[in-house]
Design a protein around this ligand. Structure first.
Ligand SMILES: [Mg+2]
Length: 246
């Protein structure tokens, strides 16, 4: 059996919302030539390309974007699952935006990504400094967790998980990263599947896939550093070195 690796991107291969570091690129580009892997990210293709060098993406067997709702192989879109957000959900999010006690709004709060809705109180137009400020606020007040739980409670058919440092990903149930395992098995059946992510714990956007894989034969899951730490990719490197020496 071959090892098929599955990587989250933000926090796992790159610092959050920033390009891969030079050091990690040096290590990962040579690793990528020797191994079979897929990427699975909450971001769309355009955003992934700002963070992962194109030649490294080209080494992969496929790139799952928008939380597993799209699959790209050799620059071709293989499938695209859509989610038109209901108006009462938009109204609910607008209300959260006006009621949150966090003082700053930078714009781009509700982003329709076709197959998922990305919601952020501080807004996706924030600077790196503002991003970290909100992240620390959220760690103290659990704002995102509370909003996500409220969404899950109010809408039977929706899932909401914390993604990255400032936002919540909202999708119909099952339209999350967990759908990629079966897709990957279509291309590589009966292998060993290894998933590495920085938010594999409950409530994180890697959790649906991690949870499924922990229940499935020949699968293993690794958490890259502390959840959403800036430097989870350093832990990823150690995990890959260790797996290669096994
Ligand atoms: Mg991540």
């Amino acid at each position: 059996m071959k090892n098929i690796y599955i990587f989250d991107m933000d926090g796992t291969l790159t610092p959050s919302r920033r390009p891969m570091t030079e050091n990690f690129e040096l290590f990962f580009s040579s690793w990528a030539k020797r191994n079979l892997f897929f990427l699975v990210s909450g971001s769309n293709l355009e955003k992934i390309m700002e963070q992962v060098p194109k030649y490294i993406m080209d080494y992969s067997k496929g790139v799952f974007t928008c939380g597993g709702n799209q699959l790209w192989i050799s620059d071709k879109l293989i499938y695209d699952h859509k989610f038109p957000p209901p108006q009462d959900l938009i109204d609910f999010l607008e209300e959260k935006l006006s009621l949150s006690k966090y003082p700053k709004r930078t714009g781009n709060h509700i982003e329709d990504r076709g197959s998922m809705l990305n919601f952020s109180i501080v807004g996706r137009n924030c600077s790196l400094e503002e991003r970290l400020d909100y992240f620390h606020y959220d760690q103290k007040h659990n704002e995102r967790t509370n909003i996500a739980q409220e969404i899950i409670y109010k809408w039977d058919n929706l899932d909401a998980v914390i993604g990255g440092q400032i936002s919540i990903d909202i999708t119909p149930k099952g339209m999350n990263k967990s759908q990629v395992l079966n897709e990957i098995k279509k291309y590589f059946p009966n292998e060993k599947y290894i998933f590495i992510g920085d938010r594999t714990v409950e409530g994180g956007n890697d959790y649906p896939l991690a949870e499924l894989m922990l229940k499935t034969e020949n699968c293993s899951v690794y958490q890259a550093g502390e959840p959403s730490a800036e430097d989870g990719y350093k832990a990823t490197k150690q995990i890959l070195l260790k797996l290669e020496n096994e």
